[in-house]
Design a protein around this ligand. Structure first.
Ligand SMILES: *[C@@H]1O[C@H](CO)[C@@H](O)[C@H](O)[C@H]1NC(C)=O
Length: 615
């Protein structure tokens, strides 16, 4: 070879390296309604008691998804901004809070003017593609291959909504979707590994990547898999892999059913505690429930195998090191934790989602990111990681690229423990939440809730009134207050919200000193004498009809925070009366003034275990 040819050859290699590094590929694997404890890499970070809620060893192994954590990063405090399909997806695509996208309610249509990260990447020369569920085009079902592309050049296999189980490319009709019926099962019996939804969508996504490679272009492809959302059925052999397990009711579910402790108002269930044990027993022996869990586990296993197929493709094409692979979900699925299924609440497995990211050329292997992030942070983070710092997009989210690309495995030194992010109820206006690495504050229609996840990873105990947390709570509360107005969280539409613990507030849990009894039973003439015992009175001040103390903190009234000294004109409101019974002249039995209450309280009997048996 002549010298010139050498130089040209050398330059072209150099150029290809530079281009490759300039424009890493992106693949986002996005599942629907996915409990993060079904992923091995998350379980490894948690104690067994937390990680295996359905029983010891009742787990799915997910070696392929785990590779993203082992060879890349796992994010332990990543939440959807709204645990509901449509708003979560809108925020993930745009970096904006749900209200700004037009898609803050399920089945809303996202504003056509929205810029997505895909659109930015397309403008930078990426070949972009989307396969699977989109859910941002309104009610259409399935709604194939919409004219609204939002930056995805190849959206032939993008559909709006529906939980289809089989797809095919019909020679004359084009894309076709099928639910699981006897008919469709028979039709695809011999080709399930091609036509079942998860296999099919991964294959089409890989084809788009292949197209990009053939055109010598970088690619950005999102594969949006509608499993493991219901219907809870999956193709063989995955439907039979997890039938041998006994799926227990999670410890948090049992606690909720027994009201020991009771659920917060924003997650309440109506079940008499006397029925709790029988209910748990019948749930655990219910073959339908058993089948659901076995199939959900099977769906997860199939997803994991498809991630393995993706890795194989990237490796075969020599692009594995310079492709950013993201694995996440639109929201969680409590799967019986806290006695609930699905999503819609701020709990770790409802609003918390798996978020893993691998990029050998950019991310240190084995990185654990504990900093709180939400789906609004995805767009600014990913674009910045890909070298796009001026995308012409406005973001509500934070650019976390510095943290994920830092060479440190543990990035707590970024003072990221203090980064507060926000989650909102989107279906109703019941709650809004602020999260940090270890802490979670929820404001709601009822009393405020605060979880310390480091000591209470199962989110059982409200420690809002524990003085150790006062300053953290104040900071998080103030941030949440600002954000919920700025971004129009539905909770801000309420007239009155307790921003502090009301002093006269009954516990909803079993009375700790009196097994299987609740505060509201004390209004019964038979049980009311128990109110003369201090321990019972203290947990049930309202039911004991004696409470007459103004609450020390703040109450939110028509958009403003007020102390009890400032509420007189709002005293006709029941919640205001409850918060400030003295100022509002609303003490029980017209007894006014706190002095009387103190006297009363000093006359209470100290509690003896035997006393209650006499009632
Ligand atoms: C507050 O923290 C201290 C020190 O960790 C601990 O000893 C104490 O029990 C805590 N107080 C409460 C009410 O939990």
């Amino acid at each position: 070879m002549k010298r010139n040819n050498y130089i040209i050859h050398f330059l072209s290699i150099l150029l290809s390296i530079v281009t490759a590094q300039d424009k890493p590929n992106l693949v986002v694997v996005y599942t629907d309604e996915h409990n993060l404890r079904t992923i091995g890499a998350y379980r490894e970070l948690q104690s067994k008691k937390v990680a295996e809620p359905w029983g010891d060893g009742v787990v799915v192994d997910t070696p392929n998804i785990d590779r993203l954590a082992n060879e890349g990063s796992i994010w332990t405090s990543f939440y959807t901004v709204a645990p509901l399909c449509t708003p979560s997806r809108a925020s993930f695509m745009t970096g904006l809070y749900p209200k700004a996208t037009g898609a803050h309610l399920n089945h809303n249509e996202m504003y056509e003017t929205m810029t997505t990260w895909a659109k930015v990447l397309k403008q930078r020369g990426y070949h972009t593609g989307y396969t699977g569920k989109w859910h941002l085009n309104g009610n259409e079902k399935p709604g194939w291959n919409s004219g609204k592309k939002y930056g995805f050049i190849d959206n032939k296999w993008q559909y709006n909504r529906g939980h289809w189980k089989f797809f095919e490319d019909h020679p004359t009709l084009g894309p076709q979707a099928y639910e699981w019926t006897d008919e469709s099962e028979a039709k695809f019996a011999k080709t399930m590994d091609k036509n079942y939804v998860t296999d099919f969508l991964m294959d089409r996504g890989i084809e788009t990547m292949q197209d990009a490679i053939d055109q010598d272009k970088p690619f950005a492809v999102m594969i949006s898999i509608p499993d493991p959302h219901s219907p809870n059925i999956v193709r063989p052999p995955y439907n039979s892999m997890y039938q041998h397990f006994k799926y227990e009711v999670p410890m948090t579910g049992k606690a909720a059913l027994k009201k020991k402790p009771a659920l917060p108002g924003w997650s309440a269930i109506s079940l008499d505690i006397s029925e709790a044990s029988a209910t748990i027993k019948s749930m655990e022996s219910d073959p339908i429930r058993h089948g659901y869990y076995a199939n959900i586990f099977g769906m997860v296993k199939l997803i994991d195998d498809q991630v393995g197929k993706l890795f194989q493709f990237l490796e075969n094409n020599g692009v594995s090191d310079d492709t950013i692979v993201v694995f996440t979900s639109d929201h969680g699925d409590q799967l019986g934790e806290h006695a609930k299924h699905n999503k819609g609440r701020p709990y770790e497995t409802s609003a918390g989602v798996p978020f893993l990211m691998r990029w050998p050329n950019g991310i240190e292997a084995g990185k654990v990111i504990n900093t709180a992030y939400t789906s609004v942070d995805f767009a600014p983070t990913i674009l910045s990681m890909m070298g796009i710092t001026n995308p012409n997009m406005e973001f509500h989210g934070i650019d976390g690229s510095k943290e994920v690309l830092s060479p440190n495995k543990n990035t707590d030194s970024y003072i990221t423990k203090k980064q507060t992010r926000f989650i909102t109820d989107s279906a109703t206006s019941k709650w809004a939440t602020a999260v940090r690495d270890d802490f979670k504050l929820t404001l709601s229609n009822g009393e405020p809730w605060f979880f310390d996840l480091s000591t209470d990873p199962n989110e059982l105990h409200n420690v809002y009134t524990n003085a150790n947390y006062t300053s953290i709570i104040e900071e998080m509360q103030s941030d949440l207050y600002d954000t919920m107005f700025q971004h129009q969280f539905p909770l801000a539409e309420n007239d009155v919200i307790f921003f502090s613990q009301p002093s006269c507030w009954d516990s909803r849990s079993q009375i700790s000193a009196w097994n299987k009894r609740l505060c509201n039973e004390l209004t019964d003439i038979k049980f009311s004498p128990a109110c003369t015992w201090r321990k019972i009175y203290e947990e049930c001040p309202n039911a004991c009809n004696r409470c007459c103390v103004d609450s020390p903190g703040k109450i939110f009234i028509n958009g403003q925070l007020k102390t009890c000294n400032e509420v007189s004109e709002y005293c006709e409101n029941k919640k205001v009366q409850n918060f400030c019974p003295v100022k509002c002249n609303a003490c029980p039995n017209q007894r006014s003034m706190s002095t009387g209450d103190e006297e009363e309280s000093s006359n209470l009997n100290e509690f003896e275990d035997d006393d209650l048996r006499l009632l």
